[in-house]
Write a protein that binds this ligand. Structure first.
Ligand SMILES: Cc1cc2nc3c(=O)[nH]c(=O)nc-3n(C[C@H](O)[C@H](O)[C@H](O)COP(=O)(O)OP(=O)(O)OC[C@H]3O[C@@H](n4cnc5c(N)ncnc54)[C@H](O)[C@@H]3O)c2cc1C
Ligand SMILES: NC(=O)c1ccc[n+]([C@@H]2O[C@H](COP(=O)([O-])OP(=O)(O)OC[C@H]3O[C@@H](n4cnc5c(N)ncnc54)[C@H](OP(=O)(O)O)[C@@H]3O)[C@@H](O)[C@H]2O)c1
Length: 284
């Protein structure tokens, strides 16, 4: 499927009478990978002028049947040094955007509004020793960006990626990403031989048997994750956290972090943790 979105600055494009269909923000899909029936990732060309901080999100979309853009917020999953942009997406069966987006192929075009924003950025946290990434489902996307950004490891001694999904298959995108990172010789050169110990991965499932099980909230509140990893309980002097998941998860995990004495911060007021929704609504 190719949208043939006319580029506003292309001299070969005849300007249509109505300006409604001129979309200056077209990018080309370079690869697509389907992970499960409900999850896929894809990469697109990056606008030369796009600068973003790892962890931010942009609006992306496709043209609807009525010729109007259907745009949704998407975390950029690639780090800010990457030549392309990567996204990790849910497939909502009747979702206005993802019912179409799940069919994209290399060579197709999508719309990408180049105005990155978001709270899950390193600058929104105070310096600390350990940085915890807490994600459910597609909420791992901003952390896929931050884990691949060398600055994350310049600022923190240890990064702990806690990712929880219902099934093992839903963890696979994150598992493969972490494994590739750990075996990247360039990163070991930059971050030292102990890089494997500095990037800690703690995946759990809640509806299928796997080596580690349970909700992130329960594993933090019970102290299980600290015991499993040989770490002290979270404390405001050493630990920082970023949260990205469903609204219910965000609310519950925020209460757990506050019980450890951490406070929510923002770009304008850096504190010990920051939160962002992985999607709006109650879930599909
Ligand atoms: C800041 C922000 C960042 C986001 N980043 C991503 C991202 O990186 N990847 C991604 O897949 N989505 C992301 N989303 C959600 C995304 O904006 C869309 O909602 C999603 O693409 C579905 O679009 P849709 O038009 O098909 O369905 P919508 O009409 O948008 O949603 C339909 C239903 O599906 C549920 N839903 C939507 N997205 C998800 C999801 N990711 N996981 C579980 N249930 C969901 C909604 O709660 C709603 O009930 C983000 C949302 C926000 C607010
Ligand atoms: N029918 C299916 O097979 C199927 C499969 C996947 C998704 N879905 C639908 O898709 C929607 C989105 O799915 P999703 O997997 O991205 O999101 P989700 O339902 O929010 O679950 C993602 C993970 O987060 C956990 N979780 C949910 N709420 C939490 C909370 N308040 N505190 C701590 N952990 C919490 C879940 O554990 P729990 O398992 O303990 O809830 C699960 O492991 C869901 O609402 C669901 O209806 C359906």
């Amino acid at each position: 499927m190719t949208l043939d979105i006319p580029l506003a600055d292309d001299p070969h494009v005849t300007q249509p009478k109505s300006t409604a269909h001129i979309l200056p923000d077209a990018q080309t899909v370079t690869s697509v990978r389907h992970w499960t029936d409900g999850l896929f990732s894809f990469r697109v060309t990056r606008p030369a002028s796009l600068r973003f901080r790892s962890g931010e999100f942009v609006m992306i979309g496709l043209l609807g049947d009525n010729g109007k853009p259907i745009l949704r917020a998407y975390s950029i999953a690639s780090p800010n040094w990457d030549e392309e942009l990567e996204f990790y997406s849910i497939k909502v069966p009747d979702g206005p955007l993802t019912s179409k987006l799940q069919h994209i192929r290399p060579g197709d075009q999508i719309i990408l509004r180049p105005k990155p924003v978001g709270t899950l950025v390193l600058d929104a946290l105070l310096p600390g020793k350990r940085l915890w990434f807490l994600a459910t489902g597609t909420g791992i996307a901003p952390f896929a960006s931050l884990m691949r950004d060398p600055e994350t490891f310049e600022r923190y001694e240890q990064v702990i990626m806690m990712h929880t999904c219902r099934t093992k298959a839903e963890l696979e995108y994150g598992r493969e990403l972490v494994e590739n990172l750990r075996h990247d010789p360039l990163l070991s050169e930059i971050h030292g031989d102990d890089f494997t110990d500095r990037l800690v991965y703690y995946p759990t499932t809640t509806r299928e048997e796997s080596p580690f099980m349970g909700r992130i909230t329960d594993n933090l509140a019970s102290g299980k994750v600290f015991a499993d990893l040989g770490l002290p309980a979270m404390n405001p002097a050493e630990d920082r956290a970023m949260v990205c998941g469903s609204l219910a998860f965000n609310v519950d995990v925020k209460a757990v972090l506050e019980s450890f004495g951490l406070h929510e911060g923002a770009n304008s007021e850096p504190r010990e943790f920051v939160v962002e929704k992985a999607f709006v609504g109650e879930g599909v």
